[in-house]
Design a binder for this molecule. Structure first.
Ligand code: 5GP
Length: 186
């Protein structure tokens, strides 16, 4: 099964997803490709950081499950197609933005889409600042985020409010377990 966690920047998707991995086990987290440069202090394994040429070559080769240009930044992000047999587990977890989630849903109607939102705009703003985004980028991401939340609510099967990490991770893990159980009984 494919589980797609999407939502505006600064809602804490990354931290939430890491916690969920510990809670549910036996699920592969997809590592995206991006043309943006690593942030200071960012885990070098957070993405496969590539140049635009390499990214575009992979697009031409049909190597992405979905990909998009992130609004306002011009950076490209994409989920590499999981190669048959390479993933360790049956289930795949993606942490991506909304346009990508829409593509996954189009190509895999059974994919479960979960929208994560911040409890308030001010919390989201604080989180964006806290990870070192500059003022222009914070403002741009908040604007994009408002649209993302609205459209995300139309697309998503579930909405999780990231008010408290443990609570939200528990809710998300519960959603995944529910679908897994459902699969086992069908
Ligand atoms: P950031 O630059 O802050 O790491 O990520 C910017 C946005 O791109 C986030 O909303 C993140 O979820 C999204 N993103 C990360 N990887 C992918 C991907 O492979 N595909 C898509 N569509 N979005 C991604």
């Amino acid at each position: 099964m494919i589980f797609v966690v999407c939502g505006p920047g600064g809602v804490g998707k990354g931290t939430l997803v890491k916690r969920v991995l510990d809670l549910v086990g036996e699920i592969d987290l997809s590592r995206s490709w991006t043309t943006r440069s690593p942030r200071q202090g960012e885990d070098p394994g957070a993405y496969v950081f590539v140049g635009r040429e390499d990214f575009e070559a992979k697009v031409r080769a049909g190597g992405f499950l979905e990909w998009t240009e992130f609004p306002g930044t011009g950076h490209l992000y994409g989920t590499p197609r999981p190669e048959a047999g390479l993933g360790e587990f049956r289930d795949l977890l993606l942490e991506i933005e909304l346009d990508g989630a829409r593509q996954v849903r189009r190509d895999h109607p059974d994919a479960v889409v979960i929208l994560v939102i911040a409890p308030s705009i001010s919390v989201q703003e604080e989180r964006l600042r806290g990870r070192g985004d500059d003022e222009q980028s914070v403002a741009r991401r908040l604007a994009v985020g408002r649209d993302e939340e609205r459209l995300g609510r139309e697309l998503a099967d579930h909405v999780v409010v990231n008010d408290d990490l443990e609570r939200a991770a528990g809710e998300l893990a519960g959603i995944i377990e529910t679908y897994r159980k459902r699969m086992e009984t069908t």
